[in-house]
Design a protein around this ligand. Structure first.
Ligand SMILES: *Cc1c(COP(=O)(O)O)cnc(C)c1O
Length: 396
């Protein structure tokens, strides 16, 4: 069995091509040119319906959606925003972009927010929380919402990598005040770039719509929120983070693919996880009870092994044909908090650091067949056997 290419994307559904051809013929690429039913508007309606929320606003990236969410919450300058210490550098960056201060909390070895540290940090004058469901791992949303609701702290869900994940039957991204998703190529829906925010809060979405670049009366193309829009007319800056009709044409036909991609991704993930968990060295943390995952990658921890052997394992897997990234050992990794030197405040996170030094990351596209997943499993297990079975030489 030859190894699959783990970075190739799926083809974009053929329906996108006819729509793109139509757009190229008409030249109608700007979302606000058509009087109604522009592709971006239809995308917003379809996405809101698919997730079961009232409002959606499509923008240029998930980072833009996170930035606009914080702006739309109307936080004062230098407001403190609590985020997990394990996330992508774009998340603290969006906080800084919104003139706020990122405050990090600990993440456990199961990649989920450490609730004791989260609760402790909440008392540090926190004005808002971004729960980043990193790599699609859901933290305990019941506990997080209870802690935040009790203090009247709004929660933004960074669901960039969680499209299709559910928590006790609810869609991730619909539990906090706002949910943000990405259409960047490595996410479940691939448009190269793009993002969307969803909410049931009319006033919040009106503010976000205007700031995303709905200048003058373009907000009229966002449905019947006249009162909310009238309240904010001319009162907010325009950041122009809009999405193009071309991107919407690429995204829309992929919405129907979500259930298949989720089911196949979970099948592949669970198959590979079973093979890795059968070894004494590799451990895939269990999902939380109530969480149904939609993975397009797998994370596992190396158990009780010294740094040098972990590094050898990464090299051996690569030599055998599978790229394994060990978060904390790869240089300048954008998901290692100690590389976020742009933060105004730094805090050491011993638990998160320990996890990052042993957590491995492997892409696992939903399009892989079970036989291809087995070939990947064989390589990872063989790399572990080659590196970890040598008897250790002690004291010599
Ligand atoms: C990809 C990703 C982002 C950033 O998304 P963009 O659309 O590239 O801005 C943010 N958070 C997480 C967890 C991500 O995986």
């Amino acid at each position: 069995m030859t190894l699959p290419n783990m970075h190739d994307a799926e083809p974009i559904p053929a329906a996108a091509q006819a729509e793109i051809e139509r757009l190229l013929q008409s030249g109608d690429l700007f979302r606000y040119t058509a009087s109604e039913n522009a592709p971006v508007t239809l995308l917003e309606q379809e996405f809101a319906e698919a997730l079961g929320v009232k409002y959606a606003l499509a923008v240029s990236s998930c980072s833009a959606a996170l930035f606009l969410s914080l702006k739309a919450l109307d936080l004062p300058r230098d407001a403190r925003v609590l985020i997990p210490g394990f996330t992508f550098a774009a998340v603290p960056s969006a906080v800084i972009h919104a003139d706020c201060v990122p405050v990090l909390c600990e993440v456990g070895e199961n990649y989920r927010i450490d609730l004791a540290d989260f609760e402790h940090q909440l008392s540090d004058n926190i004005a808002a929380v971004i729960v980043s469901h990193m790599r699609g791992h859901t933290s305990d949303m019941d506990a997080i919402m209870a802690l935040c609701d009790a203090r009247d702290i709004p929660v933004v869900e960074d669901a960039a990598h969680s499209l299709g994940t559910t928590w006790k039957g609810r869609n991730i991204g619909t539990i906090g005040r706002v949910g943000c998703f990405s259409f960047q190529s490595y996410k479940l829906i691939n448009a190269g770039e793009g993002g969307i925010l969803i909410t049931d809060d009319a006033d919040l979405v009106a503010r976000a719509v205007i700031m995303s670049g709905a200048y003058e009366h373009n907000w009229k193309k966002h449905g019947h929120l006249t009162n909310a829009f009238a309240r904010w007319q001319n009162k907010l800056p325009l950041y122009n983070l809009r999405l193009s009709n071309l991107s919407a044409a690429i995204i829309r036909p992929q919405i129907a693919e979500i259930p298949r991609r989720v089911a196949d991704g979970r099948r592949n993930h669970d198959r590979l996880a079973a093979a890795l968990n059968a070894t004494p060295w590799l451990k895939v943390p269990e999902p939380l009870i109530g969480e149904v995952r939609a993975p397009d990658s797998i994370q596992f921890n190396l158990c009780n092994l010294p740094d040098a052997e972990c590094e050898a394992f990464v090299h051996e897997a690569s030599r055998l044909g599978v790229k394994v990234q060990l978060f904390g050992l790869s240089r300048d990794n954008a998901r290692a908090f100690w590389n976020w030197q742009f933060l105004p405040e730094h805090r050491e996170l011993p638990k998160t650091r320990a996890m990052l030094m042993r957590a491995c990351d492997v892409r696992l596209p939903a399009r892989l067949s079970e036989a291809e997943v087995d070939a990947v499993a064989q390589v990872i297990v063989m790399a572990a056997e080659n590196c970890f079975t040598q008897p250790r030489a002690f004291g010599t």
